[in-house]
Design a protein around this ligand. Sequence first.
Ligand code: ADP
Length: 399
Amino acid sequence: MKVLVINCGSSSVKFKVFEMPKEILVAEGNVEKIGEEVGLFSYTKGNKQLFYRSQVDVKTHNEALSLIAKTLVDASVGIIKDVNEIKGVGHRVVHGGEGFDRSVILTDEIITKIEEYQALAPLHNPHNLSGIRASMEFFPDSLQVAAFDTAFHTTIPPVAYLYAIPYEFYEKYRIRRYGFHGTSHRYVARRAAELMGKGKYDINVITCHLGNGCSITAVRNGRSVDTSMGLTPLEGLVMGTRSGDIDPGVIFHMIDSLGLSLKEVQDILNKKSGLLGISGVSNDFRNLLEKMEEDRVLLAIDIYSYRIKKYIGAYMAVLGRVDAIVFTGGAGENVPEVRERALSGLENFGIVLDNEKNYQNFAKEEEISATNSKIKVFVIPTNEELRIAFDTYQMVIKK
Ligand code: ADP
């Protein structure tokens, strides 16, 4: 059975088609720069033999989904004859609020609920919803499923999810920590348990998802009990262009004393801060690592890694017993310099990195702790789409 997974961002639609339950990737692609003068479409068949990257005129998410559907059934480059061969479509939905602790089949009622959470995730949910609506149009016979970034974190207790602001802001407006990247944290926590020969509910693990956005989660007995992102994906770790934790007073100061508008401050904290803001060079480690001799580049990497170390320390205190630490996401998987800095000097806490292993080139899961490390350290490539495909597949066969 073929399952399509859709990840709709503000100006892009990423997609993957899996043959399930064999978990074989049969096609994938990305429509980028939606709404811009010239859009970009890249498409790869699973066997990688066919690949193209071309300019396209795509103004809306709906047009992007139409292009994807047409490509998948195309006689020369497609992988199916009819769109009804796609039995399920799994959608990544960023904010599921408090309402969804697992993936669900999309109904009108569920869509209305996701619309209600729009105010909590104005940068994400509206695009996710556009993708869902378009997918219902172009894959009308497929079961549509939503997988929420927040779902894995619904087990976080009030002591960790409440902000110390007047309680009515929670009661009336549901202002609290929600956490994101849940699909990824859940997947790598489960894999770490498997790699250690433990049951999925027997492991205590700290999972570090370091991509463009970054978050870290404390997992006790296989369940999320605290995470660094909050009401929005701006809190916590230093990210590519986001500041992460900051004294809220900085915002008041920027507005009251420096005369910036709220919109400008929002833009600064979301798009001009983090690695980019400190280094002045880039938000991407591939560029930063080439310029490590520049003081501010080095400083940016140090600050980024130091924040991870602080959270690891905090979550060790939260968990009491930690079996493993996992690094995942583009930077977590590919930047040994960060892993080394984040874990340096933690030997007294039972964390000893094998530096040679850490710097080895590897394309798959790897244990990088020394043999005498009480706490295991793993690099586990994340696969959010496969998790979503799996959830979708299970719903299709149960239906
Ligand atoms: P997203 O969060 O959008 O899913 P990724 O998880 O792919 O993105 O992470 C993207 C980031 O990961 C890049 O900005 C870059 O900093 C880092 N990254 C990805 N691949 C590499 C690589 N081969 N070497 C160094 N850094 C990388």
